[in-house]
Design a protein around this ligand. Structure first.
Ligand code: SF4
Length: 356
């Protein structure tokens, strides 16, 4: 029996709930609730790398370390790094001269890159290499004369970063209706790029609409939606029919987490996204025997464990991991962040990286 399958010794009797507020417990309708854990879930290689860059910079150079935008879209991660000495800013004018600055996993525009260099900061780029891949593709095709149709969410920092690779020539579409409203200057050299964390199905539908309007449009050789987004959505597709309710651990700003809850809802499974266990509502679980649990790519496993504990307190009797893809991908760190032996040890022990 895996550790997470053991019932807490002081947990409530089967089929009874211990209310979250500690008031008198009462019968829940669901007897013998089972939790099915999605696989894969939680941290992806890009998030892991981005957090490690900030932690290493803090260890190596000392606090404060400035980070442009939330390093990843997760409240717990951001608060943890704030406590360790990271300062999150949006405007480079808020960073003092000579400071160390980290760009978030979402990437930044060329203008911000150049401004940061001009201001003389020591810069570490935590842009996910899969976002950088899209930036490189945009720069390469731009030299060949291409204009771009970007599928993504307006205002998302990744979209701003990718669109900001060029001064003009990238047209944003958020949905199928937008496709009819864009006006590229020519239709011979057009290419599609997408945000990496979109709904795979929505992106396919919008791409089809783009192709219908612009038959010569060039699609990326490999889709821009990343492996982590795809794998987490695939797992939700498999588990949706097996559960009565799905809980997604993720922050409201996290695009890929939102897409997981949205996908389950589309498939007819009641789904809720929570930033942490305190947001779980007892009423969601009434009459539910099978609870699915997953986490967006920026949500640490410690939050998943806390959610499991809460659901157990409501009467869950077992936790089972679904079969799924084992992700082994790792991205290299930027140069200049090697630590001494003690620093390397504490980097490996960071609680953000601890698994269940
Ligand atoms: S979700 Fe995808 S693109 Fe974003 S950081 Fe993770 S691997 Fe990179």
């Amino acid at each position: 029996m895996r550790p997470e399958e053991k019932r807490s010794a002081d947990g409530p009797p089967l089929g009874r709930s211990a209310p979250l507020d500690g008031s008198e417990s009462h019968e829940v309708e669901s007897m013998g609730v089972n939790i099915l854990l999605a696989e894969p879930r939680g941290f992806c290689a890009g998030v892991d790398r981005a957090i490690e860059i900030v932690e290493r910079a803090l260890t190596k150079f000392g606090a404060p370390i400035y980070v442009r935008h939330e390093i990843v879209h997760n409240t717990y991660v951001v608060n943890d790094l704030k406590q360790k000495g990271a300062i999150f800013i949006e405007d480079l004018a808020d960073v003092p001269p000579g400071a160390t600055l980290v760009f978030s996993a979402h990437g930044v525009s060329k203008a911000i890159q150049q401004d940061a260099q001009r201001r003389g900061f020591q810069i570490f780029d935590a842009t996910c290499p899969l976002v950088t891949k899209v930036h490189v593709e945009v720069a390469k095709l731009n030299k060949e004369g291409y204009e771009f149709i970007m599928i993504g969410h307006k205002g998302h920092p990744e979209v701003e970063g990718t669109m900001g690779q060029l001064e003009y020539g990238i047209h944003l579409v958020e949905d199928v209706a937008d496709v009819g409203n864009i006006s590229p200057t020519q239709t011979q050299l057009l290419a599609v790029v997408t945000q990496t964390t979109l709904s795979v199905d929505d992106a396919a539908e919008i791409t089809a609409a783009v192709k219908a309007r612009f038959p010569l449009v060039r699609s990326p050789k490999m889709q821009d939606i990343c492996y982590a987004t795809q794998n987490r959505q695939d797992a939700v597709k498999v588990m949706s029919s097996q559960v009565d309710i799905l809980i997604v651990v993720g922050s409201p700003t996290s695009s890929n987490s939102n897409r997981l809850a949205e996908l389950a809802n589309k498939l007819g499974t009641e789904a809720y996204m929570v930033d942490d266990a305190s947001e779980l509502q007892e009423s969601w679980f009434e009459g539910k025997a099978k609870v699915g649990l997953t986490a967006g790519a920026s949500a640490p496993e410690i939050l998943v464990k806390q959610v499991i504990d809460r659901i157990k307190a409501l009467g869950a009797v077992s936790v089972r991991k679904m079969d799924g893809i084992e992700e082994t991908i790792k991205f290299p760190l930027p140069k200049g962040l090697k630590l001494d032996a003690q620093g390397e040890l504490s980097a490996g022990l960071s609680k953000l990286h601890q698994q269940a």
